[in-house]
Design a protein. Structure first.
Ligand code: SAM
Length: 244
């Protein structure tokens, strides 16, 4: 694909998939255990949930594991087959069951998982989805969600001075020129941070109403401040299909 159209349309699903496969193959790419407040929120949000909860962009399965340990039926979704295999093994090792749903959420034709789902969690995923696919991803999450079903979404906005030097390096490319400006290493670093209000409007456009907005960076003690972060909003939203 020519560089110009790549910038305009974003990477193709297969380029995106190999990027994430590479990351998940690396033994150093691991996520820390989930924080207590998030575990409590999973418990309270899905307490009455009668069917599958989808872990969107499950990565190596820490959210799915927490849900399954709380008695929820879970479906794992990730664009990376490597991530899915790791997540599945993690659950199997603990005697927990999960349905697998490999695919690029937003391209529902790839979907192999159970529908509808009765809840979903999309933790630290949406800001990694290229802008042209982001609304489609949220719409896909919403369209197969049962009416009244709830979702938990976290997504971030950041400007980080440790990346400023990349802007003058031809190996790095400027993605956007707004406050969410970020540099990405060539060939790709897929980070497309949210602007104020953008997450809410994306959810609303997909038929999801906001029940609660929390500041995830405050809840986690702003641990990323140490990385020269100039603006670091990390939103955590609980939403519901329908009018709440
Ligand atoms: C930062 S990781 C977060 C993983 C996991 N949610 C967690 O918090 O442990 C982002 C994950 O989203 C997956 N992903 C990115 N875009 C996706 C998409 N469009 N559909 C499904 N999965 C996607 C990536 O493969 C990666 O595993």
């Amino acid at each position: 694909m020519p560089a110009e159209s790549q910038r305009r349309d974003g990477p193709s699903p297969s380029e995106f998939r190999s990027y994430w496969d590479r990351k998940h193959r690396s033994s150093s790419y691991r996520h820390a255990p989930l924080q207590e407040f998030l575990l409590d929120l999973l418990q309270s949000t899905f307490a009455d949930c009668a069917g599958f909860v989808l872990d969107h962009g499950c990565g190596q399965g820490r959210v799915a594991e927490a849900l399954a340990q709380r008695g929820k039926a879970v479906a794992l979704n990730d664009i990376s087959a490597i991530a899915l295999a790791k997540a599945r093994n993690r659950l199997v090792r603990r005697g927990l069951a999960a349905r697998l749903a490999h695919g690029f959420c937003g391209q529902i034709k790839d979907w192999r998982g159970p529908t509808p789902w009765f809840g979903f969690v999309s933790h630290r995923v949406l800001h990694t989805i290229p802008l042209p696919h982001r609304l489609a991803a949220v719409t896909a999450l919403s369209s197969s969600l049962a009416m009244g079903g709830k979702g938990i979404v976290t997504a971030r906005s950041i400007r980080c001075s440790r990346y400023e030097h990349m802007l003058s390096d031809p190996a790095f490319e400027l993605v956007e020129s707004s406050e969410t400006t970020f540099a990405r290493p060539a060939p790709f670093r897929y980070l497309h941070f949210f602007k104020e209000g953008e997450l809410e409007s994306t959810l609303a456009a997909s038929g999801l109403s906001v029940l609660q907005t929390l500041d995830y960076s405050e809840l986690t003690g702003n641990t990323e401040r140490g990385l020269d972060t100039q603006v670091n909003r990390y939103w955590l939203i609980v939403c519901q299909k329908g009018n709440g």
